[in-house]
Design a protein around this ligand. Structure first.
Ligand code: NAP
Length: 285
């Protein structure tokens, strides 16, 4: 039976470390890290994600502020809120929960975020710094995946890794990080997407497979090499249940390790955000 890469267990361990660092800040007379979140509208998934992030903050001793705007908010008004957060010295970092309603230009919104407070790591300056191996905020999901690999001591150096999905928030940064000369990097990486012609051929050769497609059970045993490590990023709601991009039951006896959905990468994404917020507050001392 495969090793289950439990985001739940790993998250508890990393959160305990974060909690201790927050306590040390307080003992040293510094402020608790302060994360703000802008939520636009009432998309149930987005509301649930933001509520989870606020709960996490409480758990590790961060302050949090939630700014909830109506879904018909004008772009200028949203940007004014962002500018207020940029100049608010009490806020260490903040996120604008995506997706945003139609009519709001997501790129303009990202560009108006102060890169020093961009704890989601989506600003082009931060993505560029990540690509160059400079200190930055790593996007929370790939960061969480690196932490999961670290927690379970999964060797990546010299391995063949295939990332399926090239979004700016998951697949693309994940492929850059896995191929970088960093701990839990140094893999030989293939980045696949919807125009990839020989997907199964590529994934059958993957020692590490990261699925970030957004299609439930897209990856089954026919895509998997014996003994592969599989990281399932997908969160797909089907008939009220959450499913990953990987058909867990079909691959569980072939893989050596796999992250479950739920209870895998989602929880680690939240840890990635906490780590970035802690880093932001340390950077502002
Ligand atoms: P996205 O922006 O929709 O990107 C999906 C990617 O999959 C695209 O690059 C697309 O290729 C590729 N793709 C689609 N069909 C394909 C096919 N038949 N063969 C190969 N590639 C294909 O999605 P995302 O934001 O990266 O999210 C992916 C999944 O992860 C979703 O289920 C999302 O809910 C989940 N997610 C989870 C977390 C977490 O914390 N666990 C965080 C973020 C996202 P093209 O570029 O060619 O269209």
């Amino acid at each position: 039976m495969a090793l289950i890469l439990s985001g739940r267990d790993a998250a508890v361990s990393f959160k305990n470390k974060i909690k201790a660092k927050v306590q040390k800040r307080i003992d040293d007379g510094k402020n608790a890290p302060h994360l703000a979140a802008i939520l636009v509208g009432d998309n149930p998934a987005s509301s649930a994600y933001v509520r989870g992030k606020v709960r996490d903050c409480k758990e590790v001793g961060f302050k949090s502020t939630l700014i909830h705007l109506k879904d018909d908010v004008r772009e200028e008004e949203l940007i004014q809120n962002i500018q207020r957060l940029n100049s608010n010295t009490e806020i260490d970092g903040y996120i604008v929960q995506l997706p945003l309603p139609d009519g709001i230009n997501e790129k303009e919104i990202l560009l108006s975020i102060d890169p020093m407070k961009d704890v989601d790591g989506f600003h082009p300056e931060n993505l560029g710094r990540m690509a160059l191996g400079l200190e930055t905020f790593i996007p929370a999901t790939p960061y969480g995946i690196l932490l999961l690999l670290e927690y379970y001591g999964i060797e990546t150096t010299g391995k063949n890794a295939v990332v399926v999905g090239r979004s700016h928030i998951v697949g693309s940064p994940m492929s850059i990080l896995l191929s970088s000369n960093i701990e839990f990097g140094n893999a030989t990486v293939t980045l696949a997407h919807s125009r990839t012609k020989n997907l199964k051929e590529l994934t059958k050769n993957a020692d590490i497979l990261i699925a970030a497609v957004g299609k439930h059970f897209f990856i089954d045993k026919n895509f998997i090499k014996d003994g592969a490590v599989v990281i399932d990023v997908g969160i797909n709601r089907v008939s009220g249940k959450l499913h990953g991009d990987v058909d867990f039951d079909s691959v569980k006896n072939i893989v050596s390790a796999i992250s479950p959905v739920p209870g895998g990468v989602g929880l680690m994404t939240r840890v990635g955000l906490l780590m970035n917020t802690l880093q932001a507050s340390d950077g502002r001392d």
